[in-house]
Design a protein around this ligand. Sequence first.
Ligand code: LLP
Length: 421
Amino acid sequence: MDHFLYRDGALFAEDVPVSEIAAAVGTPFYVYSTATLLRHFQLFDDALDGTDHLVCYAMKAASNQAILKTLAQAGAGMDVVSGGEYLRAKAAGVSGDKIVFSGVGKTADEIRAALTGGIRQFNVESEPEMEVINAVALELGTVAPITVRVNPDVDAKTHAKIATGKSENKFGIPIARASEVYAHAASLPGLEVIGIDVHIGSQLTELEPFELAYTKVAELTEQLRAEGHNIRRLDLGGGLGIPYTRSNDAPPLPMEYGALIKKTLGHLGCEIEIEPGRLIAGNAGLMVSKVIYVKSGEGRDFLIVDGAMNDLIRPAMYEAHHDIVAVQEPAAGVEQQAYDIVGPVCESGDTFAKQRNMPPLKSGDLIAFRSAGAYGAVMASEYNTRPLIPEVLVNGDQFAVIRERPSFDEIINRDTIPSWL
Ligand code: LLP
């Protein structure tokens, strides 16, 4: 459920007409709903009710500080994957003891920044990384809390580019080697081993892969405890999928996911962390764009819109489907027409949808890409010297620009010309 609904023939973001935002900020832009963000966070928090837990929002999904602050004020922790994300979370007012640091290649500088500024735990991805965390902690005269990310060799049954839990993926240490790696970690005086971390992929639409992975984590917890490790925290990653279409796919609900966590791991008495990103932000955001031209091609009509692959790359990168709706609600019974919906970038890959049924549209009409709140704005680029598009946050009947559209001067002046030119 989200808060982008038609009222009296016009698409609203909560209590604000989308067309009013477009008039104020220009197109294209991203708009997020505070109520949807909070609702989705709350679903996870409620799903783990009765268990000692922290929902650490995977801020890679949408990392504007206004979003982070909204969620942090509701009690969320953060999952960060780079020094930049760590600093951004801190800048948004999140305290270090609610930030977990994931990511495959943390550098000594990133580790130093986090140990200095405060960190809940590092999710260690390899033995060389473990050695560096140990060395930096000793250099700073401190002890780094860690979990080790194990790779359970489970098929997440999702798009290959976002599956992370198979042995051929670059993530974590093979679960079969956990015993050895934990013994190594325990021997390093700069580390305190507190738990286990696992994350098997993103946009999972079934519970079974989670069940397989979490069952393996439960067995590993008992084994490591028997080997003398005080395993007291389990970080279960993110990955629960969202419905990208209104009709057919209905992934499991957070409540069912929470029940599975309790069933597979509840008996261990561990503190539980989860790292959802997409489910919190995905359906809390739209990308709004304007039709520039309607062009008749060979046997097909193209809607050429002012948003492009650089603004929302998911269709080009993962063949992802986003529902696209007209901002002005089509009159009842209006005959739909199939369009190829494309951006202005000079690549055929700059295609959002092929032969998509839409109401008849004309130049100047607004359309909205649904489910664009996660991995939308954060994956945008300035390809074709197209400015990063603004982000807007709605809260009830108020809205605010939370990231401005840069001017062309700002973009162009970022280049510096060497002295020999
Ligand atoms: N934790 C870790 C360690 C992760 O690598 C990820 C996502 C998450 C949590 C959050 O997963 P989520 O709940 O959002 O599924 N750009 C892709 C998605 C990449 C996901 C990367 N890792 C897309 O647009 O589909």
